[in-house]
Write a protein that binds this ligand. Structure first.
Ligand SMILES: [Ca+2]
Length: 511
């Protein structure tokens, strides 16, 4: 190992010492704390030296009344743009230094954007804590749409004042609840952003988190309150699904690229005389059938939400659905219960309400009042189109908490509204094998494997919409790197039948 000489240490120290903002910029930064803006209070402005891969920036924190905590980061070496990140789940924390790009403002700061984020308008112990919403309509409206809008407006005012220039381009990025926020901006505030990156959007929040998740929880709960499918069954089911569905998309590559085209005969996994564990009991077959085929239905058999748990999402079930062998995970039951108790209904039933109490005949209609505050389901982007807005929507095809079925249904409706003109406003990319927001590593691409911000920058600069998003899976101990285009829906990447499947050039877009 090479020895660290004192000179090398000094040089390293010298770089660190050279990293702070200039004195002039530090003064301008501290002056921001003296801004007087309606409904904005508790301002603090702190110069922050460059560190790791972040540039030096001015951090402005504060609160928009009543309780929207925000941070705006203003780099000294500014690229002229504005980047704002949404928040995930029920939000509740100011995650200024969240890693990656999903709901992380540093993803923009790193590229020279002035960046902003907020906490959704309340404090919570985690993003699945809903207690703040108990009998608190204003906080629910803030989480529903006001926190993003007010923070975006404030940030643009501050940026314009600080740099004496209006920011361009203005880009919003969010995933999950952040994707809902993204679509909400396009629908309600179409002038606030030029480009919107919309990941795995939870568009019909009440339909998804109340109705559909209640169906998922009830189908997996036995009469003693215990889980029917656990991590062991998830592994068994996942191996069987991969075996049955991998080649069904035309290419045996360990990825299920067309999960909706595959059908499974679950009885092949049934326990029987001579077949013992791992195998599925009749109750377990009922649960996996309900999850992947039946979905949320009322007693008349009517579909209440246009999505099911996608085939191929099993590698990620531990965190979302079944729990992990070592404990923990299974966030969907927590999320569903918190939402029903404190957020879903006009009058909160409170903490005595259980997911098992959800009635599929009566409760869906009772969700409509709060749905008008939360849901971003209007399939009409005319206002955004007229404002010249551009949106890239992306969704993993192995997302077991916000399944892609609703997003495809929504785009089908968008296409009915706008026809081919939709392609110039909003494009959808369905990413094979990807978990919710690309969080967990699995067979496909994670959030680190593609760059929707770069694609949006190109779209805004050239006026030409992207036909593909390039995805790359870095090499692992077991496998070489591979790259593949993801084609704009309704097209998908089709293998040419002969080329190396690890090479992007072996694929073309086709319906
Ligand atoms: Ca395949």
């Amino acid at each position: 190992m090479r020895q660290q000489t004192p000179l090398r240490w000094l040089l390293a120290l010298g770089v660190a010492l050279a990293a702070p903002m200039s004195a002039k910029a530090e003064d301008a930064c501290r002056a921001l704390a003296e801004l007087r803006i309606n409904d904005v209070q508790n301002l603090s402005a702190v110069p922050v030296a460059a560190r790791d891969d972040l540039p030096a920036f001015c951090s402005l924190r504060g609160t928009i009344r009543p309780a929207i905590s925000f941070e705006i980061r203003l780099p000294e070496d500014w690229n002229g743009g504005f980047y704002m990140a949404g928040c995930g789940g029920l939000c509740g924390q100011l995650l200024s230094d969240a890693p990656g790009f999903v709901n992380a403002m540093n993803h923009g700061l790193r590229r020279g954007y002035a960046a902003a984020t907020m906490d959704g308008g309340h404090w919570g112990t985690s993003s699945v804590d809903g207690r703040w919403a108990l009998h608190n309509r204003l906080a629910e409206v803030d989480w529903g749409h006001r926190a993003v809008r007010e923070t975006a407006k404030l940030a643009q005012t501050v940026i314009t004042q600080y740099y004496d220039a209006t920011p361009s381009p203005r880009i919003f990025a969010g995933c999950s609840t952040g994707g809902r926020q993204a679509n909400m901006l396009a629908l309600r505030d179409p002038d606030l952003f030029d480009g919107i990156l919309n990941g795995a959007p939870a568009l019909d929040y009440t339909g998804l988190v109340a109705t559909w998740m209640a169906s998922v929880v009830q189908a997996n709960t036995d009469s003693d309150g215990a889980r029917i499918l656990g991590p062991q069954e998830a592994e068994l089911i996942g191996a069987h699904v991969l075996d049955q569905c991998d080649a069904a998309d035309g290419l045996e590559d360990g990825l299920i690229s067309d999960p909706d085209a595959c059908r499974i005969d679950w009885t092949a996994l049934a326990c029987s005389e001579g077949r013992n564990a791992p195998c599925l009991s009749p109750a377990q077959i009922d649960t996996v059938t309900a999850w992947t085929e039946t979905g949320a239905v009322n007693s008349a058999g009517d579909q209440l939400y246009p999505a099911t748990v996608p085939l191929g999402s099993e590698p990620f079930w531990g965190l979302w659905l079944t729990g992990f062998a070592q404990g923990g995970g299974a966030l969907v039951p927590v999320f569903n219960q918190q939402f029903l108790q404190f957020m879903a209904f006009r009058e909160d039933p409170g903490e005595t309400f259980s997911s098992m109490d959800f009635d599929f005949d009566t409760h869906p209609a009772e969700l409509e009042f709060m749905g008008r505050i939360y849901n971003a389901t209007d399939a009409d982007l005319s206002g955004f189109a007229e404002a010249g807005g551009r949106m890239i929507t992306w969704h993993g095809l192995a997302d077991a908490i916000v399944p892609h079925g609703y997003t495809v249904d929504y785009f089908t409706r968008l296409r009915e509204t706008h026809g081919a003109a939709l392609d110039d406003v909003n494009r959808l990319f369905l990413i094979p094998g990807m978990d919710h927001c690309g969080i967990q590593p699995g067979p496909g691409i994670t959030s680190a494997g593609f760059d929707p911000l770069g694609a949006m920058e190109d779209w805004l600069a050239t006026g030409t919409a992207p036909d593909t998003l390039m995805t790359t899976r870095p090499a692992t101990e077991d496998a070489a790197e591979w790259s593949r285009p993801v084609c704009a829906w309704p097209q998908r990447a089709v293998h040419d039948g002969s080329g190396d499947w690890r090479e992007a050039a072996s694929f073309t877009c086709s319906e």
